[in-house]
Design a protein around this ligand. Structure first.
Ligand SMILES: [Zn+2]
Ligand SMILES: [Zn+2]
Length: 242
């Protein structure tokens, strides 16, 4: 099982889980041409695409995928906002429900963003359980037995304060981020609150271009958890096989 990151920021998010029995796409917020390139221009073998929410950095190419016959799994809210209700290949999923998508099992739960947004626990026999949370200010749930964690670490208050004081970002940014994205200490708090005894690695995702610092984020989470930490840069590939 290979995880490929095709993008992980407010410029566009897309991940590919490549199992021996099929491919699951997670988020479609990059140009369709780049998704196709990431798939080696082969659209067969895709079992589905799972989308967290309607923002274009997550959903811009959702319709292109559906129009090519890729099954889309997302909330009714997202389908409505994109005018895709009734599309033959679009399936509405509900929070606190589990779904079988090819060899994958996907459990959806609500997170706290400025629009309705879902988090997922994705399971496959080859990789075990992967937690995926992005575009949320917090996480209300705890999950046992996680083998892999993909978690947003969007900004750090220290970096944001410095940027506001120096006029690099507007003061209003603080209010917006507070209610919609994950601050580094929140990320660390969630990791501390969950049982990481089985966890093999943590992948930090959706870092802010202005208000984060890759090296600092990696070092701090490494120190806090003692686990291998990856930053989800475009082009990152990780073997998630158990
Ligand atoms: Zn986003
Ligand atoms: Zn968003």
């Amino acid at each position: 099982m290979k995880l490929k990151c095709l993008g992980s920021s407010s410029n566009g998010n897309c991940y590919i889980f490549e199992a021996s029995d099929g491919i699951l796409i997670l988020e479609a917020g990059i140009p369709f041409s780049e998704i196709k390139k990431g798939l080696g221009f082969k659209l067969n073998g895709i079992v589905g695409a799972v989308i967290t929410h309607q923002h274009n950095d997550h959903a811009a190419s959702m319709k292109n995928l559906a129009d090519c016959g890729v099954r889309i799994y997302t909330s009714q809210h997202v389908l409505e906002s994109k005018g895709l209700t009734g599309h033959h290949f679009c399936h509405a999923i509900e929070p606190m429900h589990g779904y079988r998508i090819g060899g994958f099992k996907v459990f959806a739960f609500p997170v706290n963003h400025d629009v309705p947004c879902l988090g997922f626990v994705i399971e496959h026999a080859e990789m075990g359980k992967t937690l995926f949370i992005t575009d949320t200010m917090m996480l209300e749930y705890r999950f046992p037995g996680l083998d892999h964690i993909m978690i947003e670490a969007n900004y750090a208050d220290r970096v944001l304060d410095y940027n506001i004081e120096n006029g690099y970002v507007p003061e209003a940014m603080r209010e917006r981020l507070l209610g919609s994205h994950m601050e580094l200490e929140t990320t660390k708090g969630i990791l501390a609150a969950n049982d990481l005894s089985k966890t093999r690695e943590i992948i930090l995702i959706h870092l802010s271009g202005d208000n984060s610092n890759k090296e600092m984020f990696k070092n701090e989470v490494e120190r806090a958890t003692g686990l291998p930490i990856y930053i989800a840069d475009k082009g990152l590939e990780i073997d998630l096989t158990l």
